[in-house]
Design a protein around this ligand. Structure first.
Ligand code: PMP
Length: 433
């Protein structure tokens, strides 16, 4: 084990090279040196239960994925302008998990690149520039994505061609009945579309995260997404489902979040979990959209879909498939939902249980029923002290964010939920907020 002050020394070296502004989690930064499934071991030899990370979707240091990447690296890894069997094999397997209409894929290296490319194709196809996103969503780190980012510090001015939509959440204390909330939200979409048209931007695309993750896992009124999609299509816009968070079985029962929430997009943009940590993303779309774009737009991406990236993506997909992790995420999600519902009924400060599949949380409030980000922080830190990793999300940072690798088992989920129960009891007993 490392000397107790080793982390302090590393933090100082990090500050002197990378600088102090790249955020680290938790009051006391953690320093992991190895992983195995849902477990992480830090530099002091302490083991942590990972209930947070979706990038290692099939588990930390997954041997099948590590071996596949390593074997390919030992054989060949080149840029993407040669014929390569691994990438075509992977593309076929990946497209096999999508509905019939989504039958082409361009590979990328990240979620940001995926959204950037989907928007570029959509602009080309529609001739419009107007973009609709939801409030407090996050879609990436490029200039054009910074222009549609709300709720985070970005110096890029908010785009004149962008309108945000407020996502209705039935769990909001002030929410009216379902019909009123739905009608208000859809009226908001009508207004945004009319504004984009009046300003001459037109409607290019609706870009939404199928899990509404940074928005805080809202519980949507029935008919909201269908109504929104219909309005955007009627205005000539295309639908981009950002699957960077929601994809690869995360929401349970379906491979992709848009299927789980019942919409058929024109683009699915992929990232995070696809290569179990090896950088690979993609834009899955229709043959017709690619045909409209590609003859007049050369798209070349040096690293996107190299043989090693394909090995990472394909072996990850096979792990998810052969271990039945998509269905399992659904079953575990229902079990967790019941247990979280029980916590919500016993703890005054829990407004509601949120999420689905293996992306879930609790929305926390203060004694007056207002969103309580400070309490959420307290609960997160209290779980870290028990060596369990979770985080928080939402416009007020008041929703606990629990999103473990898909290989988590029921006893480990029980460990997390029991710890939440204890943390809520002590935080509420401390009487603080
Ligand atoms: N979309 C969503 C929904 C995300 O959560 C993120 C990353 N947090 C991105 C896009 C951007 O992905 P990347 O960091 O791989 O560029």
């Amino acid at each position: 084990a490392a000397a107790p002050d080793a982390d302090a020394a590393l933090l100082e070296r990090r500050g002197a090279t990378i600088g102090p502004y790249s955020p680290l989690f938790y009051n006391r930064p953690l320093h992991f040196v190895s992983g195995d499934g849902v477990w992480l071991t830090d530099v002091h030899g302490e083991r942590y239960l990972d209930a947070y990370n979706n990038v290692p979707s099939v588990g930390h240091a997954n041997p099948r994925v590590a071996d596949a990447i390593s074997a390919q690296l030992h054989k060949l890894n080149v840029h993407t302008r040669y014929l390569s069997e691994p990438i075509v094999d992977y593309a076929e397997a990946l497209l096999g998990t999508f509905g019939e209409t989504l039958d082409r894929v361009y590979f990328t290296n990240s979620g940001s690149e995926s959204n950037e490319l989907a928007l570029r194709i959509a602009r080309h196809r529609t001739g419009a520039t107007g973009i609709l996103v939801t409030d407090f969503s996050y879609h990436g780190n490029t200039i054009s994505l910074a222009q549609l980012t709300t709720g985070l510090e970005v110096s890029e001015p908010f785009g004149e061609h962008v309108r945000t939509l407020h996502v209705p959440d039935l769990d909001t204390p002030t929410a009216g009945d379902d019909e009123t909330l739905l009608a208000e939200a859809l009226a908001g979409a009508d207004t945004a579309i009319a504004e984009l048209q009046a300003a001459g931007h037109g409607v290019c695309a609706l870009l939404i995260d199928s899990s509404f993750s940074t928005e805080g896992l809202p519980r949507l009124p029935e008919g909201y997404l269908e109504g929104l999609v219909a309005r955007v299509r009627a205005a000539g816009g295309l639908i981009i489902a950002d699957e960077v968070q929601a994809g690869l079985g995360r929401l349970g029962d379906d491979w992709w979040g848009h299927d789980a929430v019942g919409i058929t997009p024109d683009f699915a943009t992929l990232g995070k979990p696809l290569g179990n940590g090896f950088p690979i993303g993609g834009v899955v779309t229709t043959a017709e959209l690619l045909e409209s774009f590609s003859p007049s737009n050369m798209y070349f991406n040096t690293f996107a879909g190299t043989p090693a990236a394909a090995a990472a993506g394909h072996s990850t997909l096979l792990e998810v498939e052969e271990r039945g992790l998509v269905g399992k995420a659904g079953d575990l999600g229902r079990y967790v939902g019941d247990r979280l519902g029980d916590l919500a009924s016993r703890h005054d400060r829990v407004l509601a249980s949120k999420g689905r599949g293996l992306f879930f949380g609790l929305s926390l409030v203060d004694a007056e029923g207002r969103p309580d980000g400070a309490l959420a922080k307290e609960v997160v830190e209290s779980l870290v002290r028990e060596r369990i990793l979770i985080s928080k999300i939402g416009p007020f940072d008041s929703v606990l964010k629990i999103r473990p690798p898909l290989v988590i088992e029921r006893p480990e989920l029980d460990t997390v939920i029991d710890a939440l129960d204890r943390a809520l009891t002590t935080s509420a007993a401390a009487g603080g907020r």
